[in-house]
Design a protein around this ligand. Sequence first.
Ligand SMILES: O=C(O)CCC(=O)C(=O)O
Ligand SMILES: [Fe+2]
Length: 217
Amino acid sequence: MNQAHSLADEQLFALIADSLRSDGYSIVHGVLPSALTAGLQQRVQSLQEQAFIQAGTGRQQEHQLDRSIRRDKIRWLSGDDPAEQSWLNYMADLKQYLNRRLYLGLFSYECHFAHYRPGDFYRKHMDAFRGQANRVLTTVLYLNPTWNPDNGGELVIYRDDDHDKELTRVTPFSGTLVTFLSEEFPHEVLPANGDRYSIAGWFRLNASTAERIDPPR
Ligand SMILES: O=C(O)CCC(=O)C(=O)O
Ligand SMILES: [Fe+2]
C-alpha cells in the first residue's frame, strides 16, 4: 500500500483497521499528518545521546541487557514535550477508533524512541507471548527523512502461520507506520549502515487486579 499524501485521521485509522482485521498487520507510507512526523523527527534529532538508555529484553524482574539480541538505545516518550504529546494524543485517537471498530479492548499505550547506530540490530523476537495479556498491538513509526534503501536496517516480519518464512520487509523511511498483532508476528531489525531512528510502541490490555498493577514498564 503506498499513498503519497496525508489522509484525514479517520481515513487512515480505517485503513489500518481494515488491514488488521484481514491480515493481522498494516503498513502505511506517507499518510500521517506531515507536521506530526516532522515534529517528532526534530525532537529525536534534538535529543543528546545521553538522553537514551541501553535497551533491554524481558519485563521488570527478568529485564536483561543482552547485546547479542538487541543493540538499540531507547528513550520513553512523555507528555512533557509537545511533539511527544502530539504522538501520544494521536495514538489515543487510534486506540479509540480500533476499540470501536475491532473491539480490541486496548487500554494503555507506551512507546519509546529507538536509536540504532550503524551495525546495531534486534534479532528475531516476539513482542508478546500468548496468554500473558500484556502487549496486544505493536506500532512502529520511522523517523529517517533521508534514508537510502542501500543502508539496510529493514524490519523483517515473519509469517504468523510459519515463523520461519518471511512475510515482508519494511524500509525505515520517515512517516512509514507499521502496526501488527504483538502475539502473532515474529520480527527482526537488520543492521544498518546509518543512524536509524523510530518510535516503537505497544497497546496493552488492562490486566490489573487489586494485588497487581499491570501494566508495569
Ligand atoms: O524498529 C523496528 O523496526 C522494530 C523494533 C522492535 O521490534 C521492537 O522494539 O520491539
Ligand atoms: Fe519488536
